[in-house]
Design a protein around this ligand. Structure first.
Ligand SMILES: [Zn+2]
Length: 455
């Protein structure tokens, strides 16, 4: 149950691992903020001879230091003091290829993909398991989980797509948990009672066959009748179903017929649930219902659930937010930026200030990186032209959100740093998102730049 939902568990927290993840946050704080009181106390006491990352806890260390804060990782001893700046040419913002060949030849390609800062941003320590590069207990817990799972369970039990078959289905939580149980064969059917030596019959109360989960939900004559009557877009034949998984994987894709008004998977999940509920009525209360009654209840529940979802307040749509943007100040210089990225050649054409374009950039890992480069070069060019108040518009929503939130992102960390640094040199600079259609000129220029390079 402590496995993630994606891996077939219920996503419960493993408390001991979660505790480690929370404690690692303290280690992170000591690393990132060595002048805070906690760091000064602990480093002053324990790290007199060796630094925080390599020190081993001694017998006399306090319990907290030994068991909880003891740091681990990351680099081999010879390289432990190596910094990004050590791999760059002196007084330059370019990589020193010779040095990289000597020290880290196997990582050369990855290193060259990192675009260094042009503003001499300082080196800093980052946590690789989160997109922002900042340690969070959540990412620490996840990282720990990855290592434990690979150590303890080399062979996955099943390769069910748990998200598609259970957790992303459009149905209520109780039905999802029920489906999760049925896919794990964890419903108290007759077959399970027999395995556990519970003195109950192992036979189906309706047809006297051995009662398994797949039998109750699919192959029992009663279930077959319900599935035949079900208003599904195409006929579902439960006869060849051997396991619950077979049935579920087929059913979740079948849409319901129009009058029911429910999406694919919703009605079939409800039917499974009610087949189980009515089986229990029969076993424990001796009340029998017709297949029509089962189907009626399932359809009603599926429809009620769907309607209740439509009534939930929806987040404000995108178009509205753009429409509410205040009109622009006519004295402000406006720049449109865009990038055209080719995933095969990893090249990008950048469009920046007015209608000019720069030479294509190579070894870029993603469109986000290309868009960020375009934005940085626009900002830089505006600064050199002596522009004081600036509006930059880009069709990369992701990037604009990041920049406006002064956010961090590992892949483009140094570029973002430059953007924040250069922005502070303007009297006022704003970044706005525009839909791609409104950015057609910059889009055209960037595509031309890429095309010129490729031909
Ligand atoms: Zn049966």
């Amino acid at each position: 149950m402590a496995k993630s939902k994606k891996q077939g568990g219920l996503g419960f927290k493993d408390i001991s691992t979660f505790n480690d993840a929370l404690l690692a946050k303290l280690s992170w704080r000591i690393l990132k903020n060595p002048s805070c009181l906690l760091a000064r106390c602990l480093i002053g006491k324990y790290c007199k001879e060796e630094d925080f990352l390599s020190i081993q806890a001694s017998k006399s260390s306090s319990y907290g230091w030994k068991e909880q804060l003891r740091p681990y990782g990351p680099a081999p001893k010879t390289l432990k003091d190596l910094k990004v700046s050590d791999l760059m040419l002196a007084n330059s913002t370019d990589w020193d290829h010779k040095k990289i060949d000597t020290i880290l030849p196997f990582h050369k390609q990855v290193i060259l993909q990192i675009k260094p800062s042009i503003c001499n941003a300082p080196d800093e320590m980052v946590w690789l398991k989160s997109a922002s590069g900042v340690y969070t207990a959540k990412s620490g817990y996840k990282a720990q989980g990855e290592t434990t799972i690979t150590e303890e369970a080399p062979v996955p039990e099943t390769n069910i797509d748990w998200l598609a078959n259970v957790w992303k289905l459009k149905t209520s939580e109780k039905v999802k948990v029920f489906l999760w149980n049925s896919l794990h064969d964890a419903l108290p059917v007759g077959k399970q009672s027999a395995i556990r030596n519970i003195p109950l019959t192992s036979r189906c109360p309706r047809c006297n066959e051995v009662e398994s989960v797949a039998h109750v939900l699919f192959t029992c004559s009663y279930a077959k009748k319900v599935w035949t009557l079900a208003p599904l877009a195409w006929r579902f034949d439960p006869s060849p179903v051997i396991t619950t998984r077979n049935g579920q994987e087929t059913l979740r894709l079948i849409p319901s017929l129009h009058p029911t008004g429910v999406g694919p998977g919703t009605l079939s999940a409800s039917i499974c649930w009610d087949l189980w509920i009515f089986r229990n009525h029969l076993v424990f209360q001796k009340r029998d219902f017709t297949p029509e009654e089962t189907l009626l209840k399932a359809t009603r529940e599926a429809r009620e659930w769907t309607i209740s979802q439509d009534q939930l307040p929806k987040p404000q749509s995108h178009a509205n937010r753009i429409a509410q943007d205040p009109t622009l100040d006519p004295n402000r210089t406006c720049m449109y930026t865009d990038a055209a990225w080719n995933p095969e050649s990893r090249c990008a054409g950048l469009a920046g200030p007015s209608s000019s374009h720069s030479a294509p950039d190579t070894s870029l890992t993603s469109p986000l990186m290309a868009e960020t480069l375009a934005l940085r070069s626009a900002l830089n060019s505006a600064l050199h032209r002596g522009i004081n108040t600036l509006l930059i518009r880009s069709d990369s929503q992701n990037l604009i959100n990041l920049v406006n939130a002064k956010g961090r992102h590992l892949e483009i960390a140094s570029l973002l740093n430059d953007i924040y640094l250069i922005s502070s040199l303007f009297a006022d600079v704003k970044f706005k998102f525009i839909p791609r259609l409104d950015n057609s000129r910059a889009d055209y220029v960037s595509k031309q730049a890429l095309l010129m390079y490729q031909t």
